[in-house]
Design a protein around this ligand. Structure first.
Ligand SMILES: [Zn+2]
Length: 326
């Protein structure tokens, strides 16, 4: 898989341009608060500023995060109605859905199904922020699973219902345990964690909905992943106002522990780091990776990527955790 298969350059660049304009419009006067490291609560140091947002880096656990951080209300306005979120939900999705289904959602459905079975999770899968329901459809197609999608957006919830998926049209924090039916469940969420204004509060809401022994499997960006480490503030993944938290395989464990979860497994199944570096070679500030990209053939690039994936240093991270039994 290549980056441009799932993020065609012109479409992705237009999205980033609109996002930068939205920031000026919606966040210029937003009240902000300084926050401690969202993983370990230590005090971070200023790292860099991007599109008017200040990022801080935790020296203790290397979590990269926005602080001072605009208050939650500013983000609600942004996600409810803004030019870039509209573009993402319409043009971006329409142009990329077929490719994303094949390249992202089918493999992800297979991988998640494998993790659920391997770690003894329940066959009732609840997708938090299920969007267009593509993941849920692909898991359903595998057979043997019951699906529920939690999706607060009216428009997206309707898309899921049209696909004959069971939808709970609410925000996670407004859902009671009864809304999801009885029995054990496996909760999943994809590419949401990096957007959360308060990750601990999100996990606490989820913990309350879970039964002892239930699994939670999620993916998010890892700030210690290769392309983010090398490109740093030039990384297109470091894109406010969307991406506020970059945990890593080490720091995410302290957050989970603090909320009461048991970490089962943290992996970085990403495949794109080296390709992303190649697509942004002009922004690489240091010598080694520039030289590597100039001379390495496809086989050497694949080997480098395989090492990053296997060693936990890819920027795409998958976490499996559990609400403990006692
Ligand atoms: Zn920290």
């Amino acid at each position: 898989m290549k980056e441009h298969d799932i993020r065609p350059k012109a479409i992705f660049d237009e999205y980033l341009r609109l996002a930068a304009l939205d920031v000026q419009l919606l966040f210029a006067d937003a009240p902000c608060v300084c926050i401690a490291c969202p993983a370990c609560l230590a005090e971070g140091s200023p790292a860099f500023k991007k599109n008017g947002f200040q990022y801080a880096l935790c020296d203790a656990c290397q979590t990269l995060y926005v602080s001072p951080r605009p208050v939650a209300e500013s983000f609600r306005a942004y996600y409810t109605d803004s030019a870039s979120t509209r573009y993402w939900a319409t043009t971006f999705y329409r142009e990329t859905e077929a490719a994303r289904r094949e390249k992202i959602w089918k493999p992800k459905a297979a991988l998640v199904a494998q993790k659920v079975r391997r770690f003894g999770g329940a066959a009732h899968v609840v997708d938090i922020g299920g969007g267009y329901g593509t993941f849920a459809e692909e898991v359903r197609a595998l057979g043997g699973f019951e699906l529920t999608v939690i999706e607060p957006s009216v428009h997206l919830a309707r898309v899921c219902r049209d696909k004959k998926l069971r939808v709970v049209e609410r925000f996670l924090e407004d859902i009671g345990a009864g809304d999801l039916g009885a029995g054990p469940k496996s909760f999943v969420s994809f590419e949401i964690f990096e957007h959360l204004t308060d990750p601990a509060a999100f996990l606490q809401s989820l913990y309350r909905l879970m039964q002892p022994g239930d699994l939670f499997i999620f993916t998010t960006l890892s700030g210690t992943g290769l392309d983010i480490q090398v490109l740093w503030e030039k990384s297109k993944s470091v894109s406010p106002p969307h991406h506020l938290n970059f945990f890593n395989p080490w720091s995410v464990r302290s957050l989970l522990r603090r909320v009461g979860f048991e970490t089962v497994e943290v992996t970085t199944p990403g495949h794109l780091d080296v390709d992303i570096l190649g697509n942004n070679a002009g922004d690489i500030p240091e010598r080694f990776w520039k030289t590597f990209l100039q001379f390495a053939d496809e086989q050497q690039k694949s080997a480098a990527q395989a090492f990053m994936t296997a060693s936990g240093f890819s920027s795409h991270m998958m976490v499996v955790c559990r609400r403990p039994l006692a």
